[in-house]
Design a protein around this ligand. Structure first.
Ligand SMILES: Cc1cc2nc3c(=O)[nH]c(=O)nc-3n(C[C@H](O)[C@H](O)[C@H](O)COP(=O)(O)OP(=O)(O)OC[C@H]3O[C@@H](n4cnc5c(N)ncnc54)[C@H](O)[C@@H]3O)c2cc1C
Length: 587
């Protein structure tokens, strides 16, 4: 039941053919729909999106919260990933030389809502310390957490957790109501059901010091543990994305024009001034002109691709491909940061959402609960996340060079995050899982192009472990998680020996090997069009997202975040789009 999919009316679909708007937005994803909705309240705006409605193209897999962990098969990172070209860009990386030459499939939403339509829905802002670091990198105090707070608040409508439906006294979310916001289009709340296995793992993390953070994950302090809020419509227990929030809002309140199933193939320029974009819809090619600005919101991999194809990027790359140079910006595509993660798991004696819905006896009740009450296992996505700085004991086991790198980071920003999860094996057995993810990626990757054609996918090198510090920190992460598994609450539920990494992975060297062979992305890549100060090596846009050296052109999506920020991206993406929309309106 595609409860949310609203078809566009004929007046809301852009007419194919040359046309002129005040603003043309490239990409109807998380950032693109947010900024389009805000600008459309004061100007004429077109948003061009390569995909359609995910609710129609991908069905319940992209709508039912539990499925964000299971049925979204496009998140398979292996080379043999299932092909779903209607909602995924099907990007793959070059072999990762420091990760056993693995080729990684990197899912990215190709649909209205972009990656907010495929993500795991966790809504987690970064730390005040990280935003302070951002202030230093761009030389602009407006990036202090306190100054960003109004923009965070503007996007959100908070619904308090439904404790009756959650029915788990030991999983009552603690949070600071004052920081969320209540007037925005984006629903943020907590799941209507709590997974029992995750409750045990959360208790185990608390047992070794990851105590509950009373303010939760939106107040600028990422330390301790918390029941994580989600972008979820709790009344229906369905995914909230940029499409169900900002696009719906804009369609009801503005005359935004949407060009679905349409691909921007090039930015059009008059000298060094953007004048519009070239678009292709079902083989028809036309131009959309922008009286005021073109805004690129095509995501971390496609925004740099589009800039380079249009002559904005590293001169050497453009020269090699015979692309006429418009602006020599060496930083385009050059500062890719991808946080890396490693998992641990045990067989457990507890039930989980997935074990309930995969059992023929218990599934019908779960389905009834979901359909009739918007509750039960199907209504529940992510659960518990803890953030931590390394304990001094574990820090002292790291190589000196890695300790020095960590010492250069802000003192109150976390170094590892731990996510609790649960899954079911084919024989119906429950498995408890905890992963460790680095919060500050030192390794640097890149995005480049193989031709001037948008249909040729970008060349993506995630650069995994190009800086050995990242692998060292993951070794510390495995050790920390083994301490969690050794606590009484975890021991109460585990059966048999560790499944992953397994008893044969004991020494640091064995753990490093294991990490190179098994580490994964958590789909938070950033920084390929970094914000920075003019002339800085990686700087592509200024603090108002304007592309250096090109007039009337901005990039506004997660690619402009200048480093890998702790936390989860989407809260910051929505906030940034609000902030830049305000700047444009003021300007
Ligand atoms: C599997 C997965 C799980 C995740 N889990 C979480 C999570 O739990 N919490 C969290 O905060 N973040 C999570 N993320 C990350 C988060 O969703 C993204 O960082 C964020 O949505 C990126 O927003 P964006 O606007 O930069 O790009 P996107 O939302 O990806 O938008 C880019 C849009 O541009 C369109 N586009 C690209 N090129 C063109 C073109 N040439 N012409 C027309 N359209 C084009 C794309 O189709 C897409 O719609 C996850 C991501 C994934 C993939």
């Amino acid at each position: 039941e595609h409860r949310h999919a609203k078809k566009l009316t004929s007046e809301q679909i852009g007419t194919i053919g040359d046309a002129t708007f005040d603003y043309v937005i490239v990409g109807g994803g998380t950032a693109g729909l947010t900024i389009a909705a805000r600008l459309a309240s004061v100007a004429s705006v077109a948003v061009v999106e390569a995909g359609g409605y995910y609710e129609i193209d991908y069905g319940n897999a992209s709508v039912v919260p539990l499925y964000s962990l299971t049925k979204i098969d496009v998140i398979d990172p292996s080379e043999n990933f299932p092909h779903r070209p209607e909602i995924d860009w099907e990007l793959t990386t070059v072999p990762q030389v420091n990760a056993n030459k693995r080729v990684i499939h990197y899912a990215q939403g190709k649909t209205l809502g972009g990656s907010s339509a495929l993500n795991t829905m966790s809504y987690v802002r970064s730390s005040a310390a990280a935003y302070q670091r951002w202030v230093g990198m761009v030389g602009d105090d407006s990036y202090k957490f306190d100054n960003l707070l109004p923009h965070f608040r503007k996007s959100v409508h908070l619904t308090p957790p439904n404790l009756e439906k959650r029915n788990a006294a030991n999983a009552t979310p603690q949070y600071d109501t004052s920081v969320y916001g209540n007037g925005g289009p984006l629903e943020v709340s907590w799941n209507n059901w709590v997974d029992p296995t995750i409750t045990w793992l959360a208790t185990a993390m608390q047992a070794i010091g990851m105590s509950i953070n009373p303010k939760g994950w939106s107040a600028g302090d990422l330390n301790g543990g918390s029941w994580v809020p989600s972008t979820i419509d709790t009344a229906l227990a369905t995914r909230e994305s940029a499409e169900t929030s900002f696009l719906e809002y804009a369609l009801a309140n503005t005359s935004l024009q949407v060009y679905p199933h349409s691909t921007v193939t090039k930015i059009l320029l008059n000298g060094t001034s953007a004048r519009g974009v070239k678009v292709e819809t079902n083989g028809t090619v036309y131009e959309l002109s922008a009286r005021k600005e073109v805004i690129i919101s095509a995501g971390t991999f496609h925004s740099p691709q589009l800039l380079m194809i249009s002559g904005i990027g590293p001169k050497a790359t453009l020269d090699e491909l015979g692309i006429p140079l418009v602006a020599d910006l060496p930083g385009v595509g050059q500062n890719l940061r991808d946080p890396i993660s490693i998992g641990t798991s045990h067989i457990v004696n507890t039930i989980s959402g997935q074990s309930i819905v995969s059992n023929q006896v218990t599934e019908p009740k779960a389905l009834r609960q979901y359909k009739e009450e918007a509750a039960g296992p199907y209504s529940s996505a992510a659960g518990w996340i803890a953030y931590e700085r390394l304990t001094s004991e574990l820090r002292s086991t790291l190589p000196q060079s890695t300790q020095e790198k960590l010492a250069a980071l802000p003192v109150d920003s976390p170094e590892l995050s731990f996510i609790a999860g649960a899954s079911v094996l084919p024989n119906g057995t429950s498995q408890g899982a905890m992963s460790a993810t680095i919060c500050n990626t030192f390794s640097v990757g890149s995005v480049s192009i193989r031709s001037a054609k948008i249909s040729d996918p970008p060349i993506i090198d995630l650069g995994w472990f190009s800086d050995p510090a990242d692998a060292d920190i993951l070794v510390a992460g495995i050790k920390r998680l083994r301490q969690v598994w050794a606590t009484e609450p975890a021991q109460n539920i585990t059966l048999g020996a560790e499944v992953r990494p397994g008893a044969d992975v004991g020494t640091d060297a064995e753990m490093l090997d294991y990490i190179r062979a098994n580490a994964q992305q958590i789909w938070h890549p950033s920084s390929t069009c970094s914000m920075g100060k003019k002339g800085d090596r990686n700087a592509v846009v200024d603090s108002e997202a304007r592309v250096f050296g090109v007039e009337k052109l901005r990039v506004m999506d997660f690619s402009i975040v200048p480093f890998s920020i702790p936390g989860h991206p989407q809260a910051t993406v929505y906030m940034l789009a609000e902030k830049i929309a305000d700047a444009i309106k003021r300007g």
